[in-house]
Design a protein around this ligand. Structure first.
Ligand SMILES: Nc1nc2c(c(=O)[nH]1)N[C@H]1C(S)=C(S)[C@@H](COP(=O)(O)O)O[C@H]1N2
Ligand SMILES: [Mo]
Length: 410
């Protein structure tokens, strides 16, 4: 039997609900028709509290003048899922195409026995899978000097994590019958400039998703509506949005968009060709650059870790600038190729210090510091100011007044 206090709590909650409904009905009355339409619409598709309207993507630094870039406000988010409206955005050149899903088609052809054209309805009749995967731009985590380098959103906000639903690409390829000489696929989007990427067939047959849903609803237009590739653990440049064509081939095509991304030249002349996997990475999202601790005492240090190597197995946090590390708690379950939330209790004594985190993945690979990354590559640390594919440790300095700043190149 419910106790007295349970019942009271129930009555209170019932009362709160009733006044919410009455308040809503009242707020719809006495409005102009236009305002009433807006209010009704915001009820039909819920909106965040107006008190939280500061949680927004901000325009990031585009890699080229023609790119559009929006970054995820990692400092404002909890758990591991990025709300769809806050997913980062990277568009090369031509912007988001307007696609009617009823008209959309996916063509699978090339070195296959039976080329096929799929409508969206046909794809949705096939066995579906849902998986939680991060997408990270190869240009994320770029140490930026000056005010733009001061927040985790600006430096690391080109990574997001969603539950993606769709069909396995292997199911489509098997239906079409891949010929035995084939070794690559070329995936094409229907943006105006036909964004195109080459992907090894082995990965395509392994775990790539052809996704039509993101966090339970259709993929957002900016993320590739109605259909996108999701290539788990690999740099997001391969996850072709607005997917309309897959050609099975026997060599990489080095298409226009991939040539720039694959042919990095580094000062010592070594080229980095066809890099795919994201290295082990992590960042403390709170406290982070631009925030201010109100005073000494207890704080939970929290952040995200991720890796193209599969599962994150360990995150260590240092509260003394890397001199010593202790293991953080990982939010369970840990999903492979997904953001992994870590949490670490900390008491600030009011002194200046540096906070940083370090990720280890299931292959035993450890996230390097900028000095270690520079040594591994044989380049000066400054190289990482403009480099892609950076996964170095991110230090945040806590000053005596509680202000937090990017300490990577202080
Ligand atoms: N068709 C198409 N696919 C694309 C791109 C694009 O410009 N066009 N940008 C790529 C890049 S560089 C990245 S980082 C990811 C970004 O995905 P998002 O915008 O959904 O975050 O999509 C990739 N897929
Ligand atoms: Mo990207």
């Amino acid at each position: 039997m419910a106790s007295h206090s349970d019942r009271r709590r129930f009555l209170k909650r019932g009362g709160a609900l009733a006044s919410f409904v009455i308040g809503t009905v009242r707020s719809l009355r006495g409005q102009t028709p236009a305002r009433e339409a807006i209010l009704k619409d915001s009820l039909a598709y819920g909106q965040p509290s107006p008190f939280d309207n500061t949680i927004r993507r901000t325009l990031g630094q585009a890699t080229a003048i023609s790119d559009t870039a929006l970054t995820t406000p990692l400092q404002d988010l909890d758990g591991i899922i990025t709300p769809s409206g806050l997913h980062f955005l990277m568009d090369h050149v031509k912007g988001v195409p307007d696609i009617d899903s009823k008209q959309h088609r996916l063509l699978v052809h090339g070195m296959v026995d039976h080329p096929l054209i799929y409508t969206m309805d046909e794809l949705k009749r096939l066995p579906s899978v849902s998986r939680i995967y991060f997408l990270e731009c190869n240009a994320n985590n770029r140490p930026i000097r000056g005010p733009n380098g001061e927040s985790v959103q600006n430096v690391h906000g080109r990574t997001s994590c969603s539950e993606w639903t769709g069909v396995l690409l292997s199911a489509l390829l098997n239906e079409c019958g891949v010929q035995k000489e084939a070794s690559w696929i070329v995936a094409e989007g229907s943006d105006a400039n036909k964004y195109t990427m080459s992907i090894p067939l082995a990965k395509a047959m392994d775990d790539i998703l052809v996704a039509y849903a993101q966090n339970g609803e259709p993929v957002r237009p900016q993320q590739g509506y109605p259909l996108r590739l999701v290539v788990p653990g690999w740099e997001a440049i391969r996850s072709v949005k607005w997917l309309s064509r897959i050609k099975v081939v026997d060599q990489p095509y080095m298409a226009w968009h991939e040539s720039g991304n694959n042919a990095d030249t580094i000062p010592n002349g070594k080229g980095l060709w066809y890099r795919f996997e994201v290295g082990p990475n992590s960042v403390i999202t709170r406290p982070s650059g631009g925030q201010r601790l109100p005073g000494r005492g207890f704080y939970e240090i929290t952040g995200l870790a991720w890796t193209g190597g599969g599962a994150v197995t360990k995150v260590e946090v240092s509260v003394d600038g890397g001199r010593s590390y202790k293991e953080a708690a990982l939010q369970q379950p840990v999903h492979r190729f997904a953001h992994t939330r870590f949490r670490f209790p900390w008491a600030w004594n009011g002194e200046e210090t540096v906070l940083q985190s370090r990720c280890t993945d299931e292959r035993g690979e450890v996230q390097p510091t900028v000095a270690e990354a520079a040594k591994n590559l044989g380049v000066p640390p400054d190289y990482f100011y403009q480099a892609d594919h950076f996964n170095g440790v991110q230090p945040w300095k806590v000053n005596r007044d509680g202000s937090v700043q990017n300490a990577l190149f202080l």
